[in-house]
Design a protein. Structure first.
Lengths: 226, 222
């Protein structure tokens, strides 16, 4: 499949020197690129957040929001397709964290647990929106239709990617968004989506293969013969 | 020592390659046009994904969340106060707690037994759909009154109908016979299924039609 008349942009629009993000390879240690002290800092920060939220300290929630609010909203926006629903999902997530933090036992990091709640909240919101559409006999697409965003560097590239993402399966789309857009590690995604790390890697690989097929321009015959 | 990779390793490295394998693939891509294009396209997807990265500020979101959290905390505190009331009860040993629980169960059993023994057993009281039954009785008595009124009307019209002076009256007579037959059928069905409101409505409609017909007969008096 082509790009519906959009000359995508592998060569024309994207800088020929790929950034580090393009070859993100996960190390075996828990926190990418960081020393063990950085990992320990992150762990203690996570534990402090969990303890603060458990004790009902609103400042802990504020800190959680300051650290992850924008990212949470972006995740929700990419899953749900519009900023209003995304903000509702983030608010609902904070309330769910407050209601159930007492049951958090630390099997995963507190932040990963929070994102898992966010993803589930987004799924619930999406399902309820679909049910409402079914009741209203609306035959619009199942996948979210993204609303306009602030203009980026490559608006046509973004639109092409959004259209292609909408055609992926839910799992492939979510893993792609969490890994490539939000920069989570496979271990974290595995925790959020309740899958294995290997499944997360494989799902990302399949998602990228499908996206490539949808977005790539016709390959030159010279390259084909090599 | 550098690692050697070939084109066939490319997809595996894309899926789960280590940093060393990636470096080896890029070295290989320097001399392989197909792999170079594939690697560039693969990386381009990651760069394109950054276009979906929008961490714009939402100044009203945190105040909204904070308010919702505070309200939820206040509700939780209210519920907590209620539970505190129970916690103020004197702490009892396990033996006392077991004894009290046993006494409570015994009290419940006695109360339940008493209610069972003294439960009302009359046929009218056994009716579980009391409201339905009373409504049904009202409908039936209203029907009886209505039927009597129509019978009076029929008695008035009887002489004309038995010896119809005009073809119109003969037609009315035929129509009334059909209506009487329909009424009889519906009454049989209503007797089998007295709570069926639909049958009652049909019966009422036929009665109304009979009433109209009788009125027309009386008006058509020569």
């Amino acid at each position: 499949m082509g790009t519906m008349g959009l000359a995508l942009p592998w060569r024309a629009r994207i800088s020929p020197t790929p950034r580090e993000r393009g070859t993100r390879v996960e190390p075996s240690e828990p926190f990418s690129g960081g020393s063990s002290s950085a990992a320990a800092d992150a762990q203690s920060e996570d534990a402090a957040l969990a303890a603060g939220c458990r004790s009902g300290d609103l400042r802990a929630y504020e800190r959680l929001y300051a650290m992850h609010g924008a990212r949470m909203k972006n995740v929700a926006r990419n899953v749900l397709g519009n900023p209003v629903d995304a903000e509702d999902a983030v608010q609902e997530t904070f309330l769910k964290v407050q209601r159930s933090v007492a049951s958090f036992r630390g099997q995963s990091s507190f932040v990963t647990w929070t994102y898992r709640i966010l993803i589930n909240t987004c799924y619930d919101a999406r399902r309820s929106r679909l049910r409402k559409k079914e009741v209203a006999n609306d035959d619009s697409e199942e996948t979210p239709r993204p609303e306009p965003r602030a203009p980026g560097a490559h608006p046509s590239l973004r639109m092409a990617l959004e259209r292609a993402l909408a055609k992926l399966s839910q799992h492939q789309r979510d893993v792609f968004l969490l890994y490539e857009v939000e920069g989570f590690r496979h271990a974290e995604i595995a925790g959020m989506l309740e899958m294995s790390e290997t499944a997360s890697k494989n799902t990302l690989f399949q998602a990228k293969k499908n996206l490539r097929q949808m977005l790539e321009p016709p390959r030159s015959s010279g390259a084909e013969t090599r | 020592m550098t690692m050697n990779v070939t084109c066939s390793d490319r997809e595996r490295i894309f899926e789960d390659g280590t940093a060393v394998e990636w470096a080896a693939l890029e070295a290989h891509a320097a001399s392989c046009q197909l792999c170079a294009e594939e690697v560039r396209a693969w990386k381009s997807l990651s760069i394109a994904a950054e276009e979906l990265h929008d961490y714009s500020d939402s100044p009203s979101l945190w105040p909204r969340i904070e308010r919702a959290l505070a309200e939820e905390a206040a509700r939780k505190a209210q519920r907590g106060q209620m539970w505190n009331w129970f916690s103020r009860l004197p702490r009892l040993s396990i033996g006392w707690q077991t004894g009290l629980a046993g006494a409570f169960v015994l009290l419940l059993a006695i109360t339940g037994g008493w209610i069972y023994i003294h439960r009302p057993v009359g046929p009218a009281d056994n009716d579980k759909s009391l409201l339905k039954s009373s409504a049904l009785k009202e409908v039936e008595s209203a029907e009886t009154v209505y039927e009597r009124a129509i019978d009076k009307l029929a008695a008035e019209a009887k002489p004309q109908l038995e010896n119809p002076a005009t073809p119109l009256l003969a037609n009315y007579h035929e129509k009334l016979l059909v209506l009487d037959s329909a009424i009889a059928d519906l009454r049989v069905q209503a007797g089998l299924n007295p709570s069926n409101a639909q049958l009652r409505y049909q019966l009422l409609a036929v009665y109304q039609e009979k009433q109209r017909t009788l009125e027309e007969v009386l008006e058509a008096k020569p």
